[in-house]
Ligand binder design. Structure first.
Ligand code: ATP
Ligand code: MG
Length: 263
């Protein structure tokens, strides 16, 4: 569980100080999904960096279970990130000179997993995102949607507790966006992840069980009852990742276009 208390982040550049977050309080239960929305420059990515332990707040605490990410040593923070937190960025951030499989393996290197096991787990993760046939392709030999799938496999191969995504569909066309969203939903259900996602896409935000809006560094939370019911229903679904992804896709299409199922 996350408990953020009074999280403030200031960036100083020369004489100028930007207050990117101003006293953010936020609790996120294990297995919850939280969507973060808001105007550009509002502080969304900054908040994600605090939650992911990529940077520390100027004030306040970021408790992940019993560890304060704002105060823990750099060594422990690095370890915790490597074990528990998977991150997906808008720009995929794949290493161009490595194959899809090698890119996914990079997430397991800090965990000291043997090369043969790394290879097998990376292949398995790629199969679970539908890329079993593309293990040896370089990022430049993959489509945008496929590259994002590799990034998702890389984030999930270590079986993290938390999945953070910063505009994961920002660089994709609408059809591919729907596929990637469906995949993420399916994986969220399947693995019981705590899933926190920044998006500019209001059709995604509308259906989130919990929505956080961040403006000028301040947060407002909205619980969305219908979406919560849908999420609970879907979370009870027990399936393999592929099936779960397909299930997520169907639910997503139904939500978007109306399936007459009374969601
Ligand atoms: N490293 C940095 N140094 C100085 N200022 C920064 C730094 N990173 C972010 N900021 C400032 O902090 C504020 C919040 O930035 P942030 O990246 O969190 O916004 P955002 O909500 O993610 O925006 P977008 O939707 O454009 O991605 C902005 O005013 C930005 O200019
Ligand atoms: Mg951002």
């Amino acid at each position: 569980m996350y408990r953020l208390t009074g999280v403030t982040k200031r960036y100083t550049r020369g004489k100028e100080t930007v207050e990117a977050l101003r006293g953010v309080d936020l609790t996120i239960e294990d297995g919850d999904q939280l969507v973060i929305q808001g105007p550009t420059g509002g502080g969304k990515s900054t908040l994600l960096q605090m939650i992911g332990g990529l940077d520390r707040p100027s004030e306040g605490s970021v408790m992940l279970d019993d560890v304060d990410l704002a105060r823990v040593s750099e060594t422990k923070l690095t370890r915790l990130r490597a074990e528990k937190i998977g991150i997906i960025f808008q720009s995929f951030n794949l290493i161009p000179t490595l194959t899809a499989q090698e890119n996914v393996e990079t997430a397991l290197v800090p965990l000291g997993i043997k090369p043969a096991d790394r290879r097998e787990r990376a292949a398995e993760a790629l199969r679970s995102v539908g890329l079993g046939e593309r293990l040896t392709h370089a990022p430049s030999e993959l489509s945008g949607g496929q590259q994002q799938r590799v990034a998702i496999a890389r984030a999930l191969v270590k079986k993290p507790k938390v999945l953070l995504a910063d505009e994961p569909t920002g660089n994709l066309d609408e059809g591919t966006r729907d596929d990637i969203m469906a995949l993420l939903e399916g994986l969220w259900h399947e693995y019981g992840l705590t899933f926190i996602m920044v998006t500019h896409d209001s059709s995604i935000a509308r259906r989130a069980p919990r929505l956080a809006t961040i403006k000028a560094g301040q947060i407002t939370l909205t619980e969305q009852g219908d979406a919560r019911r849908y999420a609970q229903q879907a979370a009870g679904h027990d399936a393999q990742p592929q099936q779960a992804a397909e299930y997520g896709r169907q639910q997503y299409v139904q939500q978007q276009y109306g399936g007459g199922q009374g969601y």
